[in-house]
Design a protein around this ligand. Structure first.
Ligand code: NAD
Length: 420
């Protein structure tokens, strides 16, 4: 398996590695399936100019990768972060393509982003840049073509801005052209908490299978944004104790446990987890190696490396983030017996409720919170159980089993569509 190269090279190598037992070339000779499934349909690169509040102009690179729409309209989040590159967006779009197959959602995979230090912009600059992106992409996105959603540094506010700018550019209402919107703008109840909640729900299933009681168990969270915060809230509801956490600026710990709701308020007020009353500062890598039962990486790619994985003590890891561990780390952890709920299942709660939001928008008929959460829980638990049973039967990892199931589905649909 290829361990070097860019994040997309490695995502592709991992896919081909997991596809090996399925013998695609031998079973379907001359169908070029490995290429058809691993090359994006379309990669859009645009230049965005932004007039700053002081009158000067800045230029940013922005991307939208539409990976594959065999399963339905392209679907995937928007990331506004200085590290965003075409290569990273391609990898994230590829994972979206597999994720929708894992949870049986009728969408293809896409992803987008702007390479920008978004947090450093003023509110007015943020709005101008976000709306500019929507206008530039106006003909590429839409309810039946490509449906964006939130990712790192974007949320309901940005989705409402995008939706409004798209409406001005296209001259029509189409609420389902974007998901993760605020409730009054056609959002769905449950969307905000869906990713973190889903990560916790799948972690709890895996913990039960591993024989670890969540009540009283300790856990650590790397990255305390949307996904990390809601995963922590759900874990704490099941009696688990958050003992270490970090964001991009600081890391803190307390072996007795941190009050998650109070920490979320503290982060909202101060913008950081640092100086939370009752906590001590720790080194950020200690969050990943904390003495605990569960670990939730909820920040960016490649956080858990081959260097750090021998020191990871958690028995169960649930990947809220996309691609948070390197291939070498996956192998080390698998050999150690650590159960890893893979990202394409663990963080699929977000796209699942995005799908529910799209359905509700198209019907203009809105579900209660209870209905959304019940349908989300059932879909994630059913998907987890299917993957767990396959992993048990084949004596393999949850990731291998999840990939095999997803690949079988995308292959079936690609072949049914013919060869042109
Ligand atoms: P977010 O912007 O709300 O939060 C990201 C958090 O990570 C912030 O607390 C930030 O400070 C922290 N962070 C960034 N770099 C870090 C570093 N080097 N070390 C420690 N912390 C760091 O973003 P989010 O929506 O919570 O996304 C987090 C991850 O979850 C991403 O990988 C994203 O792709 C994935 N994800 C999010 C959703 C969603 O619906 N929001 C859905 C699926 C997957």
């Amino acid at each position: 398996m290829q361990l070097e190269g860019t994040v997309f090279d490695r995502a592709k190598a991992l896919f081909l590695h997991y596809a090996e037992p399925l013998q695609l070339d031998a079973k379907y000779p001359g169908m070029a399936l490995p290429q058809r499934l691993t090359i994006p349909d379309k990669s859009i690169t645009v230049r965005l100019t932004l007039q700053k509040d002081n009158g000067t102009v800045e230029v940013f690179d922005a991307y939208r990768v539409q990976f594959n729409d065999d399963l339905g309209p392209y679907k995937g989040g928007l990331r506004f972060h200085p590290q965003v590159s075409l290569d990273e967006v391609k990898a994230l779009a590829f994972w979206m393509y597999l994720k929708t197959a894992v949870v049986s959602i009728p969408f293809g995979g896409a992803k987008g982003g702007i390479a920008v230090d978004y947090k450093a912009l003023s509110l007015a600059e943020k709005e101008r840049l976000t709306k500019k992106f929507a206008i530039v992409l106006a003909n590429d996105i839409g309810a039946d073509t490509d449906i964006p959603a939130p990712d790192v540094n974007t949320g309901p506010r940005e989705m409402a801005w995008m939706s409004h700018a798209w409406r001005m550019a296209r001259g029509k209402y189409e609420r389902a052209m974007i998901t993760g919107k605020p409730l009054d703008n056609g959002g769905s109840l449950g969307r905000t908490e869906a990713t973190g909640y889903g990560c916790a729900i799948t972690l709890l299933e895996a913990a039960r299978d591993k024989g670890v009681d969540p009540n009283g168990a300790r856990y650590a969270v790397q990255g305390f944004g949307n996904a990390g915060q809601y995963a922590a809230l759900e874990m704490s509801r099941h009696g688990s104790r958050l003992i270490a956490v970090c964001d991009s600026r600081a890391a803190i710990g307390n072996p007795e446990g941190l009050d998650v709701e109070a920490l979320i308020r503290h982060k909202e007020q101060t913008g950081c987890v640092a100086d939370f009353p009752g906590s001590k500062p720790i080194d950020p890598p200690e969050v990943l190696t904390a003495d605990c039962e569960f670990l939730i990486p909820a920040a960016l790619e490649d956080a858990i490396t081959k260097e750090i994985s021998p020191d990871v003590k958690a028995k169960v890891i649930s990947e809220a983030a996309n691609g948070p561990m390197t291939q070498e780390a996956m192998e080390i952890l698998f050999k150690k017996g650590t159960v890893v709920v893979p990202d394409i299942l663990a963080n699929a709660g977000g796209v699942t409720v995005s799908y529910f939001e799209w359905v509700q928008n198209r019907q203009e008929y809105y579900w209660t919170h209870e209905v959304v959460m019940e349908r989300l829980t059932k879909r994630l638990v059913d998907s987890y159980r299917r993957i767990y049973e396959r992993a048990q039967a084949e004596k393999t990892s949850l990731r291998q089993a999840a990939y095999e199931g997803a690949i079988e589905r995308v292959v079936r649909i690609a072949l049914e569509r013919g060869t042109q």
